[in-house]
Design a binder for this molecule. Sequence first.
Ligand code: ATP
Ligand code: MG
Length: 380
Amino acid sequence: MAKVLGIIGGGQLGMMITEAASKMPEHISKIIVLDPTENCPASQAGAEQIRADFKDKDAIIELSEKSDIITYEIESGDSDVLKYAERNAEINPSPETLKIIQDKLLQKSFLKDNDIPVARFIEVRDIGCVRAGLKEFGYPALLKARRDAYDGRGNFKIGSEDDIQEAFDYFKGQSLLLEKFVEFKMEVSVIASRNTKGQIRTYPLVENIHEDNILRMTIAPARVTEEIARNAELIASKTMTVLKGAGVFGIEMFVTQNDEIIINEIAPRVHNSGHHTLQSSETSQFEQHLKAILGLELGSTRLLHPTIMYNILGSKSFEGKYRPIDLSEPNVYLKMYGKEVSKPLRKLGHFNLVARDNETVEQLLAKIETLKEKMETKPL
Ligand code: ATP
Ligand code: MG
């Protein structure tokens, strides 16, 4: 029997999950999203919407009563409320997995305890802990909020003793951890999936370029040796084995100066660095996520051709309605998220540039340079 799928969050990730679900009518009959924004992206793709805050307890319970299975596109859900909602609907990834991941300190401790490499870190209970940590692993270091961080806004870099007080005051009363700063060579990620029966599949390693702490583009495959890629994919696989969550997970990593891989953080959901799979793979990460939570056999994760995903971000110089992005180029697949208003660095859409006829990643990067200007948002 086809199931009703509930999604907490109806932004672009919820939208692309909804689109993938609509191609599986034999498994999913209806999609309902919980999102506070009127006419949210997922509702534009055909999902029914419960309009409420992501943390609204009654709304989450209502969603669970109307759904057979629940998943999410944001990791800030209240895991206790979700635990309660589990009596009405199956929830994947499970509230237990979510609870570990949504707290960076619990997440890093969990990884470390399972011998998965992470940067050195310590729990921060007061400013004395910050000083003790800095003494232990030196400058620079990052003070990080344990919860609800995104786009790097929960991080403060401490470069010298003079920054300690300012960094500590910046977070006013939040729970924190201190982490050694990693002088990485490259930021990479693995989109990993595990279905409810325990089958695990990882997508090939990709390279992530950030600007202003926001993902600018993803290069698939990452420009690293086969050995580094294999190692990263093995670490991702091991993480999925110990974590036991079902669904797709975005595992962000660093390649260190010694070509070691260490995990930065895990997102318990489909991930921006996996959008290339819409064109680069037989199975997109969105379809894979649905297969995983429904307990279906996972799809192929093989990379069919090099692909670059480029994020279309709101211009830094204005806020308001913007001119439609017009991009019609061979081998370019534009996906806009239906957001009416542009805000500085808001994620409004992305495109995938796909290699044809043995084009190399370097050639794709040169093409991106010529397309950048067309991607600028301008006021309407
Ligand atoms: P996101 O940007 O994924 O929403 P976030 O706000 O939770 O995430 P992190 O992923 O922890 O923050 O960090 C954001 C960026 O800061 C990373 O992509 C990386 O560039 C940098 N960073 C984080 N931790 C470290 C570290 N220990 N050493 C060096 N750079 C780091
Ligand atoms: Mg991150």
